[in-house]
Each structure stands twice: as structure tokens, then as C-alpha cells.
Ligand binder design. Sequence first.
Ligand code: ARG
Length: 469
Amino acid sequence: MSQPGQMWGGRFQGSLDAVFAAFQKSLPVDHVLAFADLQVNRVWSAALAQAGVFSRDELTKVHAAIDDLAAHWQRTGVPTNDPAEDVHSLVERELVARCGDLGKRVHTGRSRNDQVATDLRLYLRERVIAIRAAIAALCQALVEQADAHHDAPMPGYTHLQRAQPITIGHHALAHCESLARDHARFGAASERMDECPLGSGALAGTALAVDRTAIAAALQFTRGASHNSLDATAARDHLCELAFCCAMTMTNLSRLAEDYIFFATQEARFLTFGDAVSTGSSLMPQKRNPDAMELVRGKAARAHGALVALLGTVKGLPMAYNRDLQTDKETLLPALAETEACLQVATLAVRHAHFDVARCAAEAERGYLNATDLADLLVAAGVAFRDAHNLVGTAVNRAVELKVELQDLPLSEQRRLLPQLRGDLQQALAARTVLARRDVLGGTAPGRVRSEVTRWQQLLATWSLPKAR
Ligand code: ARG
């Protein structure tokens, strides 16, 4: 016999072993689907009325019960450790408590397999909206920083060796570019999964005369109803795709975090994190640690794990639904929540990162970041680039020996090593001159960064930001 609130049991005499009963429960995870489940119940019961299962009057009562339950849970929150096996059983039991036997008819022609697939798509749609808004907020913070520092020089690196000067703004917008791709990726994944499985039954489709197109429209699925009931109940590639979106976003956040952690070292001292995002050491009183960005970097690994776990869950599953799929939520939902949280914390860290503009500018003049430009000056004087490269390499060695920068080479050395050059190198090799010369689309010249800031401001005006809390 079925236990109270259990959706099956007619063929069973005994009850579940307590250990297995606890093990198979999904309510502790899937309670977050409760409001999506209520929405699905509302639309399904309307479809049942169309198919003749409920009269108009009965449907009104069922809808009233759904509304009452929704209002109740709005006040109290959805229970997470109720005896019910999963959120669908919990909702059914609560509806029966509110509208009696009518509640027992709501599951007519439906399976938890098409129900959970539909609930999940509705829930994920909302999560993606929130994550994309969090990406927008981070880009907003970076764009504001780029706006303030569009012409502020700092050293740029390759191989973590000083390479050429860039502007602080150019660096900030570089991270915006990868975040924009994450934003687009989440959007595309969300669009792709936006079709409605409801009416697919357990695997073969429902035997009731429901209008699946109308159901999909009522639940606002932009791609309409799914076209194969086996696929609709068994597919989880959209979860894998979202896990990849999380993994990639977290990887990009991790690179941003690493840059800022390096910038905050005593070795670089390009920025200081404000108290709001810094922590101290329990032992070393002088410490000021960039823990916010370190945690973001660390949590990226867990998002990667979720992707691998989901691919592994789906691989090798026969058509159609298998209970393995219940674990999909345990894997994906924390990855989505952590991605959103890391975006929020990274936004805070960027907002509380104070660049030492004077030091960044001074450091952009040190470490031979202008060597390429010196070679370019030789090229302008008629030397072939490869020869110019060699001549400047020799000049850098001499400057290292003399412990000076290229622009500070004594005139005698300059004449000896670079006889093709006339005139003062100070001006020609200053970081600001070097920056201004990268006046190409996508280059770091302050004017170019300025126009990119404008382009970004226009783009961000079209993105939704997080709702005020
Ligand atoms: N809780 C399950 C899940 O999340 C849905 C129930 C389907 N159960 C079943 N025995 N067919 O996947």
C-alpha cells in the first residue's frame, strides 16, 4: 500500500527500508523546484479540464488550492525535510489536503518524468536570468574602472614577464570581453533548452487529448512543445551545457582573480583591496590577504567537477528516464549557485580594488617595455626589422649592465649601439608615447580604450542588471 503522500505503492506490501528511503529522497535538493512545479500543475490541470478530466468548477477549485499553497509557501518557505519523497509528491499531498479528491486527479496522464523535466527547465530559465544579470553587474564594475583609468599606463605582461605598456582600462575591458562571451553562451544555452516536455508522459507521450502547443505557450516556452517523448524525458544535455557555461565562466573569473591577486602582491603593488574584501592573518599582524579573489579562483575547480560529473551521469544511460537522472540537480544546482555567488563577490572585489595609478605609471616606464618601440624607431630610420631586433637586444644588454632604462642610455652608448638614431629617446620611448602608437582597433591607445568604454556602456544598457535586493 502507498504511504501517505506517496505517489506509488499499490503493488507493494512492505515499506521501504529506512536507509534506502532516506537515500532515495530528492526533496532536500528539489524543493527549489516547488514554485515551478505549482506553475506546471496549474497549466496541466487546465489542460486536463480541456481534455474533460475536470469540469470548469472543479478546475477553479484546483487552481484555488494551488494558489493557496503558493501563498502559504511564500510565507513559510518550502519544507526541505518533510517525509515526502520528492517535491512532486509533496505538492500532490498538499493539494489533496486543500481540495480533496480533486487533488488526486491532477496527475492524470502525467508522469514525474515529464513533470520534473518541465519543472527543471522553468527553474533553470530563472537561474540563467540571474546569472546573466550578475555577469552584467561585473562588467559594469569593470567598465567603470576602465572609464576612470582609460589612459592610465601600467605594465602589460606575457609569460608574466614585462612586455609592453597597456592601460589599466584596457586590462579591465579584456576581462569584459570574455565575460560577454559567457553572457552570450548562457543566453544561447537557455534559448536552446526552452522547449516544453510536459505531455510526454513517462516516456511514450500522454494518452489524453491535451493540446501540447497550448501547454507550451502557457508556460512561455519560446520553442514550443518538444517533438519526441523519449528525448523529452531522458535528455539532460541542456544541463551539461549549462554546467559548461558555469565551468567556463568560473574559469574566466579565476583568471581575473589571479590577475588581481598578482596586482595586489607587495612585488607588484599595482592595487590594494579595500577592507570590505580583505582578510587578515590570525598570526601575522601585517597581513592583508586577497581572500575574496582566492576563493573565487578556488571554487572554479568545483564547477569543472560538476561538468565532468554530469557528462558521466548521462553517458551510457539507456532511453528513456533512469533514476540516475535524479542526481543531475545535486550536481548542477550548486554549480549555478556558486557561479552566481562568485560573480557577485568578484564584482565586490573589483569595486573595492584601488589602483595605485602613479605607481602603475612609473612601473610602465621600467623593465624595457619600450624595446619593441625602439626597434620600430630603427625601422623608421631604414633598418630591417630583424636587424633592428638584434641591435635593440644588444642595447638592452648594455642598459642592464649600466642599470638604466633604454631611454636613459648615455648619448655615447646610444651613438655607438644605435648609430642610425638621431634625437632624444626620452620622449619617443615614454610609456604614453608607446601607448598612443597602438592606435588601432582593439589596441591599447587611450583614445581606442575610450571608444571601447563608450561601446561597452551602450552594450550594457541593453543587458539586464540584477534586481535590487
Ligand atoms: N525525483 C525524480 C527526479 O528528480 C523524479 C521522479 C521520477 N521518479 C521515477 N521513479 N520515475 O528525477
